[in-house]
Structures are given as structure tokens and as C-alpha cells.
Design a protein around this ligand. Sequence first.
Ligand SMILES: [Zn+2]
Length: 154
Amino acid sequence: MPSCEMCGKETEDLFKARIEGTEMAVCRPCTKYGKVFSSIKQRDEKTKKFSLTQPKEEKPEETVIENFSQLIRKARENSGLIQEDFAKKINEKLSILQKMEAGLFLPSLDNAKKLERMLGLKLVVLSENKAAPQETAKSGELTLGDVIKIRKRN
Ligand SMILES: [Zn+2]
């Protein structure tokens, strides 16, 4: 659904108008701010671009827990096994277990999940995508309507 570049309202009923010297796609009520030259029936390049800037729904990613090595070592200590026996129990090479306990080797997600099941530990966690916080993206984008409101306030 395209939205009005002035007030942000989502509507198919958009008009091309020149407002404060800028060509914009606006909804019917917002046409009063400028001079209308045509009605927009289909999304043009501008509205397509606009809809692409909408924040995407980010899925949280699965990741191996940060203190993985400590949890593995603790699990082994609790089991009372030496590294060699514990490695056999979890079906890993001794060298891999040693590296995991030392924090030098991070297992793959599948491997971590396998160990989760074997040891009854929580080793895989969901991480929020920190790259693009949606709140910031939303508040950082002003429509021309907002700008005009701010100008009027001053
Ligand atoms: Zn509007």
C-alpha cells in the first residue's frame, strides 16, 4: 500500500502535487498544501522506493551461547568424567572437546543443539538483530508533514 509523503497515511488514493517546490505523492486531504497536477493510480518509482524504506520484520537469529566453554566444562565436571571419557560420551574428538572447554572452538549450531539434548543444557540462544533497531529508524524518518509542523511550532 503506498502512503502519503506528507502525513504518512496509507492509501491507494494518491495525487501528484507540488508542495513547497517539491513534487510529492500525497493523499486527498494533503493536496490542500500544494498544487495538484495528476492523480496516481499505480505506484510510480517514488512510491515504490518509499515502501522499500519501511522497516523489515527481522527474525531473531539462533546463536551459540557466549559462555559455551564454561557450560561444557561444568557439565563435564558434574558428570565426574575426565575429558577423554566425556569426549566419547558426547561423541566428539578429545581435541575438539579440549578446544571447546578452552573457548578456542565454537561448535556449529547443529552441534550445539546435539550437545544441548545430550547434556540437558541451554547452549543455543536467540539473538536480537542489533544492526538496525526499528525504533531509531522510525523516529529518524520525518515526513514533510512533520517538518511543516516543526516549522510552524518555531
Ligand atoms: Zn496525507
